[in-house]
Design a protein around this ligand. Structure first.
Ligand code: PDD
Length: 286
């Protein structure tokens, strides 16, 4: 059975959902997106994702879809119709189609395109990778300068994942001016002694919704948090490392550029934060 997806007000079988070849997300990567995870059939951190979406749209002078206020209900309806217990909901808003190609934004009469679809991932929370940990390579960060906006320009992150795959690894950390910005699709952390270190917020990284929650839980659990840049060398000498995102939650990192981190196995801080995050976000899920 095919998925039921959402396109501009309609719930449709995926084969019937069609958008214009002139859609600006297709021609210009002129679109923004969000990925929200689903556990126990409920949405994790929905309010944070909706707020970041609103900010991404505002930063790009992109109109909000007319049914922006119905997004929670649309997410829930897709979960219901596709019977999702664990997985993700992908949402994309593009600047729509003016019926031709033009660098200049179309006027406000051109409505944004709103697409949502589900990704069914049984076992998302009980991911065996969380028991093994990620192996990471470092690569130069060659993305544009507004990484705080969650745009659909994902070619460089895709290239990074392919470079990691070619090296027999799980992901890549991006390095700019000698310091780690973030992972290709996640935020990056190291643990030194009793301190969790992760890059401070700026236009250089995506302001992860999982990051905000994990740092809040860490502080509530009396762990120390330092928001600052760190180097690959510092990471290689750390006691632990991990990444966070809506699709991986808290994922331990056990190797960076061939060097084992700490014991070379998932560390206790990452494990504890993963447990707390899963427990607390299940409780707060909507
Ligand atoms: N990626 N940094 C980047 C570059 C990301 O693409 C993501 C998320 C994150 C983590 O953000 P959050 O905690 O809000 O998921 C950080 C999503 C999962 C993706 O592209 O599939």
């Amino acid at each position: 059975m095919s998925r039921i997806v959402y396109l501009n007000g309609d719930y449709l079988p995926e084969e019937e959902a069609k958008i214009s070849i002139f859609d600006r997300s297709f021609l210009m990567a002129d679109g923004v997106y969000e990925v929200t995870s689903v556990l126990d059939g409920k949405l994790i951190d929905f309010a944070g994702h909706a707020k970041r979406l609103e900010r991404s749209l505002a930063e790009l002078d992109m109109q909000k879809p007319d049914n922006f206020d119905d997004l929670l209900e649309i997410h829930r309806e897709l979960v219901r119709r596709n019977d999702i217990n664990e997985g993700m909901i992908y949402l994309q808003v593009s600047r729509g189609s003016a019926g031709d190609r033009d660098f200049v934004y179309p006027d406000a009469s051109v409505k944004p395109t709103l697409v949502l679809f589900t990704q069914n991932k049984p076992g998302l929370a009980d991911n065996p990778k969380a028991r093994e940990g990620f192996k990471i390579i470092s690569i130069e960060d060659q993305r544009w300068g507004r990484r705080d906006i969650k745009t659909t320009q994902l070619l460089y992150p895709s290239m990074g994942k392919m470079m990691a795959k070619a090296a027999g690894c799980d992901d890549a950390w991006l390095v700019e001016d000698g310091h780690v910005t973030e992972g290709t699709s996640n935020n990056a952390y190291i643990v030194k002694g009793d301190t969790i270190i992760t890059r401070h917020l700026s236009n250089d990284i995506l302001h992860g919704i999982t990051r905000a929650a994990v740092l809040r839980f860490a502080r509530e659990a009396q762990m120390k948090v330092e928001e600052r840049a760190f180097t690959i060398e510092e990471a290689q000498q750390a006691d632990e490392a991990f990444v966070t995102s809506a699709s991986t939650f808290v994922m331990p990192v056990v190797e960076i550029d061939g060097a084992a981190i700490g014991s070379g196995t998932p560390g206790p801080v990452a494990g504890r934060l993963r447990d707390i995050y899963l427990e607390e976000s299940r409780k707060a899920a909507v």
